[in-house]
Design a protein. Structure first.
Length: 272
């Protein structure tokens, strides 16, 4: 069984490289292949073992024993130390410089018989930037003040106050120009006749009359439609028909302005 522990490839290499150079080249690589593979395997196993054991070593050193704190001495009370307050800087008030004011000696000298010299009195223009006095003083320059005159008014006189004219919005019965339906009164009458519902009055064979009164507004619409007649049914139909007529009116005029006005419209019909 000796041949089992012998490298058969080396025998083939000896036969293959017989009579050739065996110092380098393929012959050397083939002979050193086993040792290179062995070294590689050992290095790989070492690296793997290093990575595998690193967490265990780190965990061992991290779990160091914790020393318990002795609390038998009791709780400790910490005193509050007062902090010194910052002293704000003292701000010195700024005193504005005061200018000197020129003064003029405006005293009138006493008249004497033997006057050595005549004193010249200051002019009015000299007082614009000076004050009366005998020496320079410290202070503000003089200011010229103007007092407006007071106008006296009689006690019974009161200022005129414009009052707005009240708006009269009541319907008028007497106007300068009467209200008119756009298209004429005949057009309005034809619309009333064509829109009137005669079904409630058919078969009576009588002539029915009523007067419809309404207000023509300033914008040309109508309102407050009322019919006054002996037949209540005919009155209701007349009011309903007047309200349903399409179209606007030209409002009445009084004093050149549009006003609300009353308008009376008689309605007479005979039913068969």
């Amino acid at each position: 069984m000796k041949h089992l522990f012998q490298n058969q490839e080396n025998k083939f290499d000896e036969v293959l490289f017989q009579g050739r150079n065996k110092d380098y080249g393929a012959y050397v690589l083939r002979n050193e292949a086993d040792s290179i593979l062995t070294k590689s395997m050992l290095i790989g196993i070492g690296v793997f073992a290093l990575f595998a054991l690193t967490p265990l070593v780190a965990h061992y050193f991290a779990d160091s024993p914790v020393t318990p704190i002795d609390t038998s001495a009791g709780p400790f009370v910490l005193d509050i130390v007062d902090q010194p307050e910052d002293t704000p800087p003292v701000v010195q008030p700024v005193v504005p410089p005061q200018a000197k004011v020129n003064t003029l000696d405006s005293r009138v000298p006493d008249p004497t018989r033997d006057a050595k010299f005549d004193k010249v009195m200051p002019k009015q223009a000299d007082y614009d930037h000076s004050v009366a006095g005998i020496q320079d003083v410290v202070g503000d320059p003089p200011l010229t003040q103007y007092v407006p005159p007071v106008i006296d008014l009689p006690a019974n006189q009161t200022p005129d106050v414009k009052t707005e004219k009240p708006v009269d919005n009541t319907p008028k019965t007497a106007v300068d120009v009467s209200a008119e339906f756009i298209g004429g009164i005949n057009a309005f009458r034809n619309k009333v006749v064509s829109s009137f519902d005669t079904s409630a009055m058919d078969g009576t064979g009588e002539v029915v009359k009523t007067t419809v009164t309404f207000i023509v507004e300033k914008d040309g619409t109508i309102s407050d439609v009322k019919a006054s007649g002996p037949n209540a049914t005919f009155n209701r139909e007349a009011e309903k028909t007047i309200r349903s007529v399409r179209g606007k009116w030209i409002p009445a005029k009084l004093g050149g302005e549009n006003v609300r006005s009353y308008f009376k419209f008689p309605v007479t019909m005979q039913f068969q």
